[in-house]
Every structure is written in structure tokens, then in C-alpha cells.
Unconditional design. Structure first.
Length: 263
């Protein structure tokens, strides 16, 4: 029942905002949404791309192209959790060792939420300005530090960022909590950008950690990006994994193997 009435609630929230402030509210909401998309894009390409190139020698565009199917999956579900198993499989195929992937990816899904951190700070500043309660520079810096910490441990499901925003404002600026309803109508669109940025950040972090620990195979990465070693979409397994999961021989061949072992 909640899933059925949730769109009606979002429509009511945006209708109330437009009815109270006029069409100008739509312009302001479009500005915050486009600004958030632009900020996430700059962060991924400039910040993460520069780190990836300097540390690992990998192009951010090549890595994003390699993870194209996962980005489409996240775009359709608006949650990075849906691509977690595929990210683990693809990072191992990309050349990062299995132990590093097994630790970095799940940990990053809880503590490396770049998109959520960007969303929390921008949304909080937008709400403060919309309610006519702008923050001083000192308050903005304090809010930035608080929201970065609040983003750690945020769930990766759709809509979790909005709940984290409300909880963070309740702890930092309770007078702004009522303004959360201003962005309910566009939270779905911002949630997609959050999930995509979080996913890109976790992929880059996995390659960086693998490089720092000496557990990154550059030759394998080059072969994968050049198309020489394509990812097996059917099994999502490497050759080594398929060999490990090969069934044991049975019948005469199994008896012969046991006889050889006993001799």
C-alpha cells in the first residue's frame, strides 16, 4: 500500500510547493537538480579521474565504459545495491585481487558514499536558502563536515538519502527540517545521480586500493579494456573460478583417481 500511495504523496508535495510559491518553484527545483548533476559529473571526471590516472594509469572514461551495463542497471533501479555482485565480479576480472575486492567493495558501499555526501550538503544549503534562513560561512563549513560524517553508513536503497538528510538537519539545524518536503518531488531524479556517483567512487577506490597494496594486475586491466579478455556475462566468472568450481569426476574416472591417490 505504501508503494502505491508514495507517488501520490510526492505529487502532493510538489503541488503544494508550486501552489504556494508559483511556477518559480519549478525553476528553483530544476536549478538544484541540474546543479547537483553537474557537481557529480565534475567530481567523477576531474577528482576521481585525476586520482585514477596518476595512481593507477587507468583512464576514467575507459573504466566507466567497462562498467556501462552496471550504470544502466543503477539508472533503472535508482540504487547502487543492485549492481553490487556485478561490481565484485568485474573488479576481479579487471585485475584487482579477490581479497582486496572482497574488502574494499562492501566497505565502500557503507563508508564511501561520495554522491550521498554531495547531495546532503547541496540539498541542505538549498533548503536553508528557500526558507529564507541562509547560513554563514562558518555554519556552512560545519554543516559540510557534519553531512560528510552523516553520509557514512547510509543505506544504499532508494530514498535513503532523503531520510539521512532529514535526520542530519534534525541534529544540526532543526529549524530546517520542515523544508525537506520542498525536494521530495525531485528526490527520485537526484537519487539516480547519487547512486551513479557512489558506484563510480567505489569502482575507482577499488582500483586505487589494489594499486597501493600491489594487488592490481595492469596487464590484465589493459587486456580487458582493449577487448582481448571480455567479461563473461553469462557466468560472471573468470577462468580460475570456473576451474575451482569444476565438478569432481565420478564413476570409473573417480575410482581411477582414488586408486592413483592411494598408490
Amino acid at each position: 500500500m505504501i508503494m502505491w500511495v508514495a507517488p501520490i504523496g510526492a505529487f502532493g508535495a510538489i503541488a503544494a510547493v508550486v501552489g504556494a510559491t508559483g511556477v518559480d518553484a519549478l525553476t528553483s527545483l530544476a536549478q538544484i537538480m541540474l546543479g547537483f548533476y553537474a557537481t557529480c559529473l565534475i567530481f567523477v571526471i576531474v577528482v576521481l579521474g585525476t586520482l585514477l590516472r596518476l595512481v593507477s594509469g587507468v583512464s576514467i572514461f575507459s573504466l566507466l565504459r567497462y562498467l556501462g551495463r552496471e550504470f544502466l542497471l543503477i539508472l533503472s533501479t535508482s540504487s547502487s545495491e543492485s549492481a553490487l555482485p556485478r561490481l565484485i565480479a568485474k573488479m576481479e576480472h579487471f585485475g584487482v585481487s579477490k581479497p582486496v575486492v572482497g574488502i574494499t567493495v562492501p566497505t565502500g558501499y557503507s563508508f564511501n558514499l561520495d554522491g550521498t555526501a554531495i547531495y546532503l550538503t547541496m540539498a541542505a544549503l538549498f533548503i536553508a536558502d528557500a526558507l529564507g534562513k541562509p547560513m554563514a560561512i562558518g555554519e556552512q563549513i560545519g554543516l559540510l563536515a557534519f553531512m560528510v560524517i552523516a553520509s557514512k553508513g547510509a543505506a544504499g536503497v532508494t530514498g535513503a538519502g532523503l531520510a539521512t538528510l532529514a535526520g542530519g538537519l534534525q541534529s544540526h539545524r532543526p529549524d530546517l527540517v520542515d523544508g525537506v518536503g520542498l525536494i521530495v518531488g525531485i528526490d527520485r531524479f537526484m537519487s539516480e545521480a547519487r547512486a551513479l556517483t557512489n558506484f563510480a567512487g567505489n569502482a575507482v577506490a577499488t582500483v586505487l586500493v589494489g594499486t597501493w597494496t600491489g594487488e592490481f594486475d595492469r596487464a590484465q586491466a589493459r587486456a580487458v579494456l582493449s577487448g582481448q579478455r571480455p567479461f563473461d556475462e553469462a557466468t560472471m566468472l573468470d577462468d580460475e573460478d570456473r576451474a575451482d568450481e569444476a565438478p569432481e569426476p565420478d564413476g570409473p574416472s573417480r575410482r581411477a583417481a582414488l586408486a592413483d591417490a592411494s598408490s
